[in-house]
Every structure is written in structure tokens, then in C-alpha cells.
Write a protein that binds this ligand. Structure first.
Ligand code: HEC
Length: 110
């Protein structure tokens, strides 16, 4: 898939140039994707499936199917839910970017 390849290339570039998140045009989404895959510890991808991020975790519900909106992601990440831990170490900005990214990537908002 073209979009996925593009994302992988960008991610690779980001690994090489740490400043690229700021410089990139789609900064919000890229930052949110990075939080989803890397900055959040443990990584959301371990437990959740989200095709856009190439995540195939099976412990939590598939976000592609759940299609949570921004509010629902924010709530889960801040407070935790069931077996999912809360993420107090993420900044408000990171949580916002992450929530927007997940909502968009799962097809809730365009
Ligand atoms: C240790 C595994 C694990 C990790 C890591 C994890 N989750 Fe979850 N997540 C779960 C489980 C299990 C549930 C279902 C909880 C329930 O409904 O009892 C869940 C539920 C959710 C929900 C749905 C909440 C709702 O209202 O039903 C969202 C959205 C979500 N996770 C997003 C994320 C994001 C974003 C991250 C990364 C910051 C993340 N999760 C990391 C296991 C995990």
C-alpha cells in the first residue's frame, strides 16, 4: 500500500533526523503515530491492532474495529481501563496528538 510505504519511509527518516517531526508537514499525525508506536511505554502496538500504524497486538480490542473517538482514546490513555495501564508520563500535548491520530487512523474522523 502506497500510504503505508510512505509512512514507513517517513518513520525511517524520523529515526535518522530527530528534528523531522517538527519540520514535517503533517506534524500532528506523525507525532501521534510516534507516541502510539514509540513514546508510550508500554507501546500501544503491543496490545492493539491498528492497520495504519502496522500494529497487530491482540491483547486489547482492535482499534480498527472499535473506532474510538478522540474523547474515548484520551480517557483510556489518561485513566487506563481494565488491563490497560494509564499513561501519566505522557504530556497533554502527546495525549492530544495520540488521540487525534488514533481517531483518524481508525477511521472515526477524517
Ligand atoms: C497491556 C496491553 C495494553 C496496552 C499497552 C494498551 N492497551 Fe489499550 N486496551 C487494552 C485492553 C485490554 C483494553 C480493553 C479494556 C476493557 O475494556 O476492559 C484496552 C482498551 C483501549 C481503548 C478502548 C477504551 C474504551 O473506552 O473502551 C482504547 C481507545 C485504547 N485501549 C487505546 C490504547 C492506546 C492509545 C494505547 C497506548 C497509549 C493503549 N491502548 C495501550 C490493553 C492495552
Amino acid at each position: 500500500m502506497r500510504a503505508e510505504t510512505f509512512g514507513a519511509v517517513k518513520l525511517f527518516t524520523c529515526a535518522a533526523l530527530t528534528v523531522c517531526v517538527v519540520a514535517s508537514a503533517g506534524a500532528t499525525d506523525d507525532a501521534g503515530r510516534q507516541v502510539f508506536l514509540k513514546d508510550a511505554t508500554p507501546s500501544c502496538a503491543i496490545c492493539h491492532t491498528l492497520a495504519e500504524a502496522g500494529a497487530t497486538g491482540k491483547i486489547g480490542p482492535s482499534l480498527d474495529e472499535l473506532k474510538p473517538d478522540v474523547q474515548r482514546v484520551t480517557q483510556a490513555v489518561k485513566a487506563g481501563i481494565g488491563a490497560m495501564p494509564p499513561y501519566p508520563q505522557l504530556s497533554e500535548e502527546q495525549v492530544q496528538g495520540l488521540a487525534r491520530y488514533v481517531a483518524r487512523a481508525s477511521g472515526t474522523t477524517k
